[in-house]
Write a protein that binds this ligand. Sequence first.
Ligand code: AHN
Ligand code: ZN
Length: 325
Amino acid sequence: MTHYLFLIIGAILLTGCAKGSSPATSSAAPKEVQAVPVFSADSAYKAVERQLEFGPRVPGSEAQEACALWLHQELERYGAKVVEQRATVTAYDGTRYPCINLVGSYNPEAKHRILLMAHWDSRPIADEDPDPAKRNEPIPAANDGASGVGVLLEIARQASLQSPRAGIDIFLTDAEDLGAPSSWEGPHNEEAWGLGTQQWCQNPHVSGYTATYGILLDMVGSPNASFYREYYSDYYANDVVSLVWKTAAKLGYKHLFVDKTGARITDDHVFVNRSLGIPTIDIIDTRVGGNGSFFPYWHTTEDTLDKISKETLQKVGDVIMHLIY
Ligand code: AHN
Ligand code: ZN
């Protein structure tokens, strides 16, 4: 027994000396370093597939109810404390839709919190479809919706296996995609997008809710994705963008997370920044130098599962995991 004790003390002294001789690492011994668990793209992909099985999750449809129930149960199964919020929202053309927001929280008492968001609704109209006959059909929303949710459900599963030290709030927003089509001759208000998020900002799941920062995932599943530093994200939450893009670069994902300012996208994060003052960024796939267009199947009936790449889901998942663990 005493031998072991001496060995241990010797080892501590040795490490101490080694540390002391190297000024670069001379500061206090590392606090318990939490190993980063490995994000499973297979699992995220399955969660995308499962969402598509409900059909388009259009507000007001049976698929909306069925998928809300499933999402709620998944978050609970992964040990989150879940709040479901229902409201009625009004789209750009005055149509009223039911809205079901879901928030799953981990470590609800932790002060340092990270808000993770993705929208789960499907746009009711494929207004960008090349075939005019299809423009009144809903979109499958594999990338524009299900991809971000797939990544976040895998984050929830990971959180159930190993609790992150920070508090985590996974906010699955509804009624994000009810904004005006480009053909609409009436007003194009920013407030027509992100209706579920705007509801939540008025009435957060916890009164006085705040977080250290927020990250929105939108269209994170395309094989040819490029994530530029979205304009509003850089404007409202520059430090968060830098942290996230630096983390991605360290992981070797510089080509995916392009370190250049991109387009200005009115998305859920804008409302969180403006209403709650939580610095929130949007990881969103934009193309052509990040200056305008989205992935080629955006708001078309071709936004389907076969356009989803596990590799992209993996890289986005890895970045989020490294931020929260
Ligand atoms: C605008 O086109 C103004 N915003 C896009 C927000 C969005 C739609 N994200 C996904 N679908
Ligand atoms: Zn959309």
